[in-house]
Design a protein around this ligand. Structure first.
Ligand SMILES: NC(=O)c1ccc[n+]([C@@H]2O[C@H](COP(=O)([O-])OP(=O)(O)OC[C@H]3O[C@@H](n4cnc5c(N)ncnc54)[C@H](OP(=O)(O)O)[C@@H]3O)[C@@H](O)[C@H]2O)c1
Length: 240
């Protein structure tokens, strides 16, 4: 594994990309995992990972989450923001609460995590803020317009943080479709026909959670010390 020192906070660590990121960094580093589902967090705690159960849409709680993590395991050298929700429905069917939840989870909460992360009491000067965006940010397809818009906002946040939080770095990965609980919740949409078609238009093969984690580990490593403000697409070339 590429070297990264210290303490990594992973937000949205109970499943999918976030869980895999927490487990990967925990092989060598101190990790704090944040999510809502306490049963999933208990599995991570059994592996020596510190856990904080919180709903990130409780925006007023975010500062306290970071303070508690730092008090427990020391200043952050990295934060990986993986929490995200997807909404697949036409604009005419959108409800107020679900749209509010989507933007709070995908954009407002990472903004507040980043604001607190920039504080010298919370993170080291060489710390890295990494977010999980999506290729949808650049390709807002019908039925996922608010999701795509939230990820486009997240990309702008990363580019802005790269300048304002320097010398800390800010980066993101933008995966295409991945087999996680988020997409498994739409099994009919992402069935065999979808997967066969995706395979055909992915010159480097369909990306996996492991390949996304590999990209995150690289971006957060000292080997990427001159990479900041970068949104790295990890989609096997499907959106070329
Ligand atoms: N799967 C894909 O095809 C794909 C493609 C591109 C980008 N992405 C992005 O990748 C990221 C991770 O998604 P995934 O695919 O790994 O799906 P996932 O398994 O559903 O993971 C989502 C994570 O976000 C957490 N989360 C959601 N709402 C939260 C809240 N209000 N408070 C705290 N934690 C919350 C969930 O934990 P709890 O439910 O326990 O709170 C879970 O740990 C998301 O940002 C997603 O947009 C996914």
């Amino acid at each position: 594994m590429a070297e990264i020192a210290g303490h990594i906070l992973v937000v949205g660590a109970s499943s999918g990309i976030g869980r895999a990121v927490a487990e990967r960094f925990a092989e060598e580093r101190s990790v704090t995992a944040v999510a809502r589902r306490t049963d999933r967090l208990a599995d991570l705690a059994a592996a020596g990972i510190a856990t904080i159960a919180v709903d990130v849409t409780d925006l007023a709680a975010i500062g306290g989450v970071l303070q508690a993590a730092v008090a427990d395991r020391g200043p952050l050298t990295g934060l990986v923001y993986c929490a995200g929700v997807q909404l697949i429905k036409p604009m005419r069917s959108l409800g107020v609460e679900e749209v509010e939840r989507l933007y709070k989870t995908n954009l407002v909460a990472p903004t507040l995590f980043a604001a607190a992360f920039g504080n010298a009491r919370i993170s080291t000067r060489d710390a890295v803020f990494c977010a999980v965006s999506s290729v949808a940010a650049q390709r807002p397809e019908p039925a996922i317009v608010p999701y795509a818009a939230s990820k486009a906002g997240l990309d702008a946040l990363i580019r802005g943080l790269a300048r304002e939080l320097a010398p800390r770095r800010a980066v993101a990965v933008a995966p295409g479709w991945l087999d996680t609980e988020m997409t498994q919740a739409h099994a009919r949409l992402y069935g065999d026909a979808f997967k066969a078609e995706l395979e055909k238009r992915s010159p480097a093969g369909v990306a996996t959670v492991t390949s996304v984690v590999d990209a995150i580990v690289f971006l957060m490593s000292p080997q990427a010390r001159h990479v900041t403000g970068e949104i790295l697409r990890v989609d096997g070339g499907a959106t070329l």
